[in-house]
Design a protein around this ligand. Sequence first.
Ligand SMILES: C[S@@+](CC[C@H](N)C(=O)[O-])C[C@H]1O[C@@H](n2cnc3c(N)ncnc32)[C@H](O)[C@@H]1O
Length: 257
Amino acid sequence: MASLPTYEQMLKTTPLTAEMTRLERQAARTWPTESHWLTQFGLRDGQRVLDLGCGTGAFTHRLHALCPASPITGVDHNVAWLNKAQQQTPHAAIRWVEATVTETGLPDESFDWVISRFVLRFLPDPMAAIREAMRLLVPGGKLVLIDADDDLAAIIDPPIRPQTGHGPPWRDQSMYRAGRHLIRWLRQADCHNIQFQAIASHSDLLGLDAFSVTAWGDSASQSWQHDFVQNPDALILLMHFLACGEKSSGNSPIPKK
Ligand SMILES: C[S@@+](CC[C@H](N)C(=O)[O-])C[C@H]1O[C@@H](n2cnc3c(N)ncnc32)[C@H](O)[C@@H]1O
């Protein structure tokens, strides 16, 4: 995965406000299902939660609403994103930390939950972030990885481009394949009780607006976007994955590289 564009490289062709809108709508769209599964996996109000790679906080704010008594921490290396996150919701209960996901500087065993959503796909070494998450978890704590996989991500009809048939235009240049690896990555980190779910969303239920089509791609995409949202037959079906594993509460050491 080393040759894939980082998140920052991907953003070079996307206006920041458009990306913020996209992240917010993405979180709004899938939160009902994601929060359902987090609760099923055992997330309870009062537990300490880390959102690793929190971006503009679209998901972090929802975690706070779900668990208002929980100390929630968001970590990201993009200080501009963190400032936006802080401005948007001045919840004192959310602590925002500027750091890389592979070296947060936070204390060992200080979280009951670590959740990383749509971040691993951008990392040259996803296991480095997972090792850091395991260091931060208490024994018995849960690690949740949420990501998509471009081979099983989208039906967009009519297609964006005949040659690809799916995905926003920047996907033409790359192939993000995090979704298929989530279970193996959790196993590699010695997690047990691994659970796995697919999260699907369809514009026929949610409306095309929920998919922020106009935030996809660059200005060259605008005529396609306009035609697409005006087309009464247009539809979007997106899918991503959620995997949860538990850190051993025995004496097994934190896995090394
Ligand atoms: C697609 S956004 C997802 C944001 C958020 N998790 C969400 O679901 O809305 C990816 C985020 O990962 C962050 N990120 C990427 N690589 C990172 C790294 N090495 N350390 C810290 N954050 C990173 C980016 O700054 C960006 O905020």
